[in-house]
Design a protein around this ligand. Structure first.
Ligand code: IVH
Length: 666
């Protein structure tokens, strides 16, 4: 990299490109690059900014996360209250509202209606001054919310700087939400890490926005859709809701889609059409439509009641709820041994499917609902797939209490309740139900990725006693597999090939695959960066705590596992079976900051040998060379450097002292 060339244009081009990819992903819903390519651009920008700190500005995409951990969210008062909308559930209510609107407008002036989806998320107000994001606040009680600026900055859907010609001050309001696909992914990760899943995408979005660590918010891919504003100062104010929404998009703010309707008949027809054709394809939860009078002049004339605007109405879809009777309760055992009560229902049709069982999550939830077998309950299937019990609607005559079983329903071992956890747990390491879930997790795509080992294959292997722990997978033979119902020739061979291939999976995946409590993918990656397998077997709690992002609970869980005889044995058995668990190649994000860069060392180094220095460069993805050219990124000059230093100066190549080099590699 010739040092004489100013890095500014490259940094600016990268920022523009990254912003464009954010816009394509979150505003246009049409990404044009892979996550890996996006990460590559981000890393290059990080490199440039690290080398040239003078280039960094607060609205650079690299500055989304970095404000540190927020211990609490300060109250944020809204300049104008954040109100809510009146609801309508029946067409008659919609028509009555339309009558009121027309009555309150001058005779002969009929309103044009704008219809937007009512996204089921949480309201958030973003304040921009001179186009820069300065504050984000949740709705709270409408008058005062919580300051979530650090976390909103971490959301790629929220521009840090508006494009076009934004007003001097804009407080834009919108819905923060999560796609169903992202929701399922987060819940999968939560479950695999042994944590309680979120109940629905709205709770998940709210929990993600109110994270203490903005990096967690960033990873959750929250979305934003602008739907209104609280302040528009110092710039021509739009004259209608439709032009406001269009202006938002011009400024780079994702905004609600909308449909214009000439009258209330068109609104009602659109409401029916939307539910049938558009809603199932949206990919996020919508609980109705919002109907607004488009013209702001008319909106001003209509004004507000004490609680809500007269110019708008939420026309909700009939609740996706149904009533049924709890016939019984079963207890399912998860991978970590947590025992989950599941209500068995009188089958009932709700929002397009027949539901005959519904998870109750845990016994605290059973207590909160006051639920007993025999009760009639209201169940709900919201946008997400998992139905839930909303409440008891009628007590059963001779109801039976739902009490935690004393013994594991799968293996009969006594159950334990851990302090501070709501779950009852089976502690038997060879419990068949846990074993099945453990094997499924071990083989799952993000773990050892053995595609042929799905639920039914696992069931058969466990039932036949062929697999007693995950290491037994590696002892399976073709004959054993062919003996099972599921496996014809080709299938058995495929599975064996996948099992063989999984032996080379890196340590981070293997660690995650082991299903140690509280150890999700991120933790596994961080731990695998610091330890190799051998070191893991002798590491203690304090060693684990030294890993970034590993707190006391996770450290204890890791050291409990690796100190236990069962844990040690399992790892040894895997190693003996040929599962190598190599250290992952240093991840490019953290590990290859010198990619594409050539270093030349000259003179005498004091803290390192020349070889060691060159190794350090290589480990970070760079190259070491003996001669200086215009392409050399840095010349590191020790004592009594001679001709190479001179050449570097002639060519304008950046020269570092040994000390500066040490800083660069930290
Ligand atoms: S307009 C005066 N438009 O629904 C309130 N709100 O009860 C003006 N919401 O808290 C809000 N989608 O968070 C508006 N397209 C949409 C909306 C929407 C969802 C939420 C909003 C508000 C609640 C209104």
């Amino acid at each position: 990299m010739p040092a004489q060339k100013s890095p500014k244009p490259e940094a600016e081009a990268l920022r523009a490109e990254i912003r464009e990819h954010d816009r394509r992903y979150y505003l246009l819903d049409d990404p044009s690059v892979s996550d890996a390519e996006y990460d590559r651009l981000m890393r290059r920008l990080q490199e440039l900014e690290a080398e040239h700190p003078e280039l960094v500005s607060n609205d650079s995409p690299t500055r989304r996360v970095g404000g540190g951990i927020s211990s609490d969210f300060k109250p944020a008062r809204h300049a104008a209250p954040m109100l809510s909308l009146d609801n309508a559930f029946e067409e008659a209510e919609l028509r009555a509202w339309d009558e009121r609107v027309r009555k309150n407008l001058p005779p002969g002036e009929s309103p044009l209606y704008l219809v937007e989806p009512k996204i089921d998320g949480l309201s958030c107000a973003l304040t921009y001054e001179h186009g820069l994001l300065v504050r984000a606040a949740t709705r709270g009680d409408g008058a005062t919310g919580e300051d979530v600026t650090a976390n909103a900055r971490a959301m790629r859907a929220v521009p840090l700087r508006l494009s076009g010609r934004p007003p001097r001050r804009l407080e834009v309001r919108g819905e923060v939400y999560m796609s169903l696909a992202d929701f399922e992914k987060v819940n999968g990760d939560e479950a695999r890490a042994g944590r309680q899943p979120f109940v629905n995408p709205r709770n998940c979005a709210a929990g993600s926005l109110r994270q203490k660590d903005p990096a967690v918010t960033a990873a959750r891919r929250l979305r934003f859709a602008a739907h209104s504003y609280g302040a528009w100062e110092g710039g021509a104010e739009p004259e209608s809701q439709s032009s406001f929404l269009a202006l938002c998009r011009e400024m780079g703010l994702p905004s609600n889609r909308f449909e214009r309707c000439a009258d209330i008949d068109a609104v009602a027809a659109y409401h029916r059409r939307f539910q049938e054709s558009a809603m199932p394809k949206l990919g996020f939860a919508v609980d109705g439509l919002v109907i607004k009078v488009d013209s702001f002049a008319q909106q001003r004339r209509l004004g507000f009641t004490a609680k809500s605007p007269r110019w708008g109405l939420a026309f909700k879809y009939p609740a996706r709820q149904a009533a049924s009777m709890v016939r019984g309760v079963e207890f399912s055992v998860g991978r970590t041994g947590a025992v989950t009560p599941v209500a068995k229902l009188e089958p009932v049709f709700c929002a397009g499917v027949t539901i005959s069982s519904v998870t109750l999550h845990n016994f605290d939830e059973v207590a909160r609902l006051g639920l007993r077998v025999g009760d009639r309950v209201l169940i709900e299937r919201a946008g997400e797939v998992i139905p839930k019990v909303v409440k008891v609607v009628e007590r059963g005559r001779d109801g039976r209490d739902i009490v935690p079983p004393r013994k594991c329903p799968a293996c009969g071992s006594p159950l334990m309740k851990e302090e501070d956890f709501v779950a009852y747990r089976c502690d038997n390491p060879s419990c068949p139900a846990q074993l099945r879930r453990t094997l499924e997790h071990f083989a799952s795509r993000r773990a050892m990725d053995i595609a042929g080992l799905g639920e039914s294959a696992v069931d058969q292997l466990v039932a036949r006693g062929l697999v007693k722990d995950v290491s037994d997978i590696y002892k399976l033979t073709r004959e054993q597999l062919l003996d099972l119902e599921l496996f014809a020739d080709k299938k058995a061979e495929n599975l064996l090939a996948q099992i063989e291939a999984s032996k080379a999976k890196p340590l981070d995946r293997a660690l995650y695959a082991l299903g140690i409590r509280h150890v999700g993918e991120k933790t596994a990656e961080a731990v695998a960066e610091r330890f190799d397998v051998k070191a893991l077997l002798s590491a203690g709690e304090t060693d684990f705590q030294a890993v970034p992002d590993v707190g006391p609970v996770v450290a204890k869980s890791l050291s409990d596992f690796f100190a236990s005889t069962a844990g040690k044995k399992l790892v040894r058995r895997l190693l003996d079976a040929g599962v190598k668990m190599p250290k992952p190649e240093r991840r490019a994000a953290a590990g290859a900051p010198f990619k594409g860069m050539t270093f030349v060392f000259t003179g005498e180094l004091t803290s390192l040998t020349r070889e060691q220095a060159e190794e350090l460069v290589k480990a970070r993805g760079g190259k070491a060379s003996g001669s200086v050219s215009a392409k050399t990124a840095y010349v590191v000059a020790g004592a009594e450097a001679g001709s190479k230093l001179k050449k570097a100066k002639e060519l304008g190549v950046k020269v570092l002292t040994e000390e500066e080099f040490q800083k660069l590699i930290q």
